[in-house]
Write a protein that binds this ligand. Structure first.
Ligand code: ZN
Length: 101
């Protein structure tokens, strides 16, 4: 299943019946994460995402740690000034290798 087809499915659910129809599974939450952080989602989609975080603390924790990793990656891209001292070199290299450009 591609991300696009999942988003289309979510949009269909959002335009369908009540909030129950739009509930997100944890798997979908994770699939959704990049687009949420990249601000690629509509307001309705963001609400579904944020609703899941309220109902599911583990996913909130996951998002927080993911966001930290993204911020750390951005710090690396800016020259590393804001990088915490205890970041393992392997992780820094992995972030640098994974960034799109
Ligand atoms: Zn969850």
């Amino acid at each position: 299943m591609t991300k696009q087809s999942w988003l289309e499915r979510l949009r269909a659910r959002l335009s369908g019946r009540g909030s129950e129809a739009a509930a997100l599974s944890c798997r979908e939450f994770v699939d959704f994460l990049m687009q949420y952080l990249d601000r690629e989602l509509s307001d309705a989609e963001r609400r579904v995402f944020e609703q899941h975080m309220e109902d599911c603390p583990p996913c909130k924790v996951y998002l927080d740690s993911y966001e930290d990793t993204v911020k750390m990656g951005q710090a690396v891209c800016r020259g590393g000034d804001e990088l915490p001292d205890d970041v393992p070199e392997d992780l820094v290299q992995a972030i640098l290798a994974a960034r799109p450009r």
